[in-house]
Design a protein around this ligand. Structure first.
Ligand SMILES: C[S@@+](CC[C@H](N)C(=O)[O-])C[C@H]1O[C@@H](n2cnc3c(N)ncnc32)[C@H](O)[C@@H]1O
Length: 217
């Protein structure tokens, strides 16, 4: 990717995350997620943090993070090999081709700590739970784990609409890719008990996403 692709002469430091999301053409702008992210992450804007996002698709959200955080390294994970197009370490964007459930590949290739880990991949609750188990330990003290599009848990077969990348989730058996909202409820209960036990500082549930905050050290 060229410098032109990343900057187009714009001074991104003057814009908030919502405006950068809009200009980067990410769904997160339309879904209303960006003010939530900004509230938690603004204080780290100038820091050399790691950001890990599960689900790359067309690379728009990676571009948004790259533009908003001038010192951060952005790590995108996707099962679709076509996403390698957005791998550009020279501009602080790394793409890893992996299944979000593949502990070995994730743990061997992603940074050991990240200020933000977000799951915008399959939207299958069971698979998201697996990713959380793998990646929660790598969230920095005071950092954030976000699961987007949790409303998909109430859709029995959301995948054809949600994931455009054929050759990924669409390959698995239909039974396996059925979401069940009771999985989400039971997961929320587990996350709530992490707060109760002090392993997480806060669990916030919104209509379409939830955030789990790590305690400060
Ligand atoms: C909603 S799109 C990601 C959009 C992107 N985060 C953005 O905001 O621009 C979901 C992506 O998740 C990927 N995906 C689906 N199942 C996956 C899995 N099991 N592991 C990793 N990625 C997966 C799909 O290939 C697709 O590119």
């Amino acid at each position: 990717m060229t410098d032109e692709y990343y900057s187009r002469g714009t001074d991104w430091s003057q814009l908030d995350l919502e405006e950068i999301g809009r200009r980067s053409n990410t769904d997160k702008y339309r879904q209303g997620y960006l003010p939530h992210y900004e509230k938690h992450l603004k204080k780290h804007r100038q820091d050399a943090i790691n950001i890990v996002e599960l689900g790359v698709r067309s690379g728009q959200s990676l571009l948004m993070w790259q533009r908003y955080f001038p010192q951060a390294t952005v790590w995108g994970v996707d099962i679709d090999p076509a996403c390698m197009e957005f791998h550009d370490p020279e501009h602080r964007v790394h793409v890893l081709i992996a299944d979000q459930r593949d502990a070995h590949t994730l743990l061997h290739n992603l940074p050991t700590t990240a200020q933000l880990v977000l799951d915008d991949a399959s939207h299958l609750t069971q698979w998201s739970m697996k990713s959380f188990d793998i990646l929660w330990p790598s969230v920095d003290w005071g950092g954030l784990y976000v699961v987007e599009d949790i409303h998909c848990a109430a859709q029995k077969r959301p995948m054809d609409r949600i994931t455009p990348a054929a050759g990924s989730v669409l390959d698995v058996d239909e039974d396996e890719r059925c979401n069940d909202v009771s999985d989400l409820y039971s997961w929320m209960g587990q996350l709530g008990s992490m707060v109760w036990c002090g392993q997480a500082a806060r669990l916030e549930v919104f209509s379409m996403h939830m955030t789990i905050t790590k305690p400060t050290r």
